[in-house]
Design a protein around this ligand. Sequence first.
Ligand code: SAH
Ligand code: SF4
Ligand code: F3S
Length: 484
Amino acid sequence: MSEFRLPDEKQARIRSSSFRTEIVRDPVVLSEEQKILGNGLNYFVSTYGCQANVRDGEVICGILEQMGFKAVEDMALADLIILNTCAIRENAENKVVGELGFLQAYKRRNPRLIIGVCGCMAQEPQMARRIVEKHPVVDLMFGTHNIHRLPALLQNIIVNDQRSIEVLSQQGSIFEGMPTIRSSRHKAFVNIMDGCDKFCTYCIVPYTRGQQRSRLKEDVLKECRQLIDAGYKEITLIGQNVNAYGKDLKMGYDFAGLLNEVADLGIARLRFTTSHPWDFTDEMINAIASRENIMPFIHLPLQSGNDEILKRMGRRYTREQYLDLYDRIVSRVSDVAVSTDIIVGFPNETRQQFEDTLSVVDYCKYDNAYSFIFSPRESTPAARMEDNVSLQEKKERLAELNGRLGEYSKMRNKQCEGKVYDVLVDGVSKTDSSVMSGYTRQQKLVNFRSEKARVGDIINVRITEGMKNSLNGIDVSEKRAENE
Ligand code: SAH
Ligand code: SF4
Ligand code: F3S
């Protein structure tokens, strides 16, 4: 174990006021040997979790392709399998642990198979130790701070026949110019910041991703410009809390300013996620309301509708402040859709406190929502709080909440029936090429029939049916051939 580097809980917590993010440019420079290390070998990257992980997955693919590895769609054909993991809740982790058991059989069949684990689970000290000790099938482990080290780590495995285990706990750097293979040719995620300093008491992200670090505005704009030049139709600016963008740079930037500048570049659709209700400024609302190419869709995580629970969660807003923000958004942004995240069964949550959450749901009637049972996470304050609510009770609350959320999303989707929406075409059914899917400006999934549309087009779809999770419709675009 001695040459392994494993994450450290104390290091992961550190937030020093003197910390200045180091910007590392073009960190991946391959040696001649590394450039051909993957020749003749296939890889498969399996990504779990949020957009930050999706973006990291694209970078991992970019590095591997530069090393000569080729992507395969069937995991069974891979010589290198990397699990890019999420640690947000226990069930996210259980999936990966199950997968590792399953991969043992692959390894028996192909002893040269390399199995890697990266992402947020690798950043958890106990979990990392458990994987190293209990899962000898894992040859490679790296974390969220050292993806650029992948060539050297793989070289150590392939050339020296050793396990490469290297996870760093640190405040973090910003890496610019990493190789990338984008997973779509018309929609892209652009990371504007990494890490999080909010330390909501239930959440593991500040420990797995380090201190909040914003990218320089020039670097974000350059990446967006390149995407537009390459024909991209939609950019989503991503960060754990995009409204805090720029605060750490102390250069007078803020998120509203960035939104306006990216919108000015002329991308057809601009989105962002996640916006924390705290610090959601009127300037942001103005930008969304006044700009045609900023999409009228806002993910506004509630977590709880009760002030005491919100306080114990460390969310820094009250129920009143949340509802006031909601009102300002819906009154100013026309045709806006709002989605949310809710946690039920936070330690010692009473029935009345849960009902306070239900009453916010009744008020906001969300277009879409993600709901979770509280899952205690290693090293977080909430994991140490006393909890007198049984799992059975939590499950019942979740079912009740989901019933309510489902009614409202269905109601909102029914209101779309008969109307025509702009839809960015995303995919074509494998079995019938006239059946397609895409998203409205409000981020609603639409399945529709069209004879002419192609992936990446923005078309007009008349909604014929609104259901709980999606809409059905037909392509009613006219004269598209002339427009192209
Ligand atoms: N940065 C985002 C959240 C990212 S995590 C924000 O602040 O909104 C996505 C969601 O997972 C959270 O909004 C929360 O609802 C849920 N979540 C996070 N930690 C959790 C935990 N320990 N148990 C259950 N749900 C959790
Ligand atoms: Fe987690 Fe809170 Fe940061 Fe979101 S803002 S990532 S919930 S600590
Ligand atoms: Fe999961 Fe890490 Fe994202 S814990 S939600 S992959 S930041």
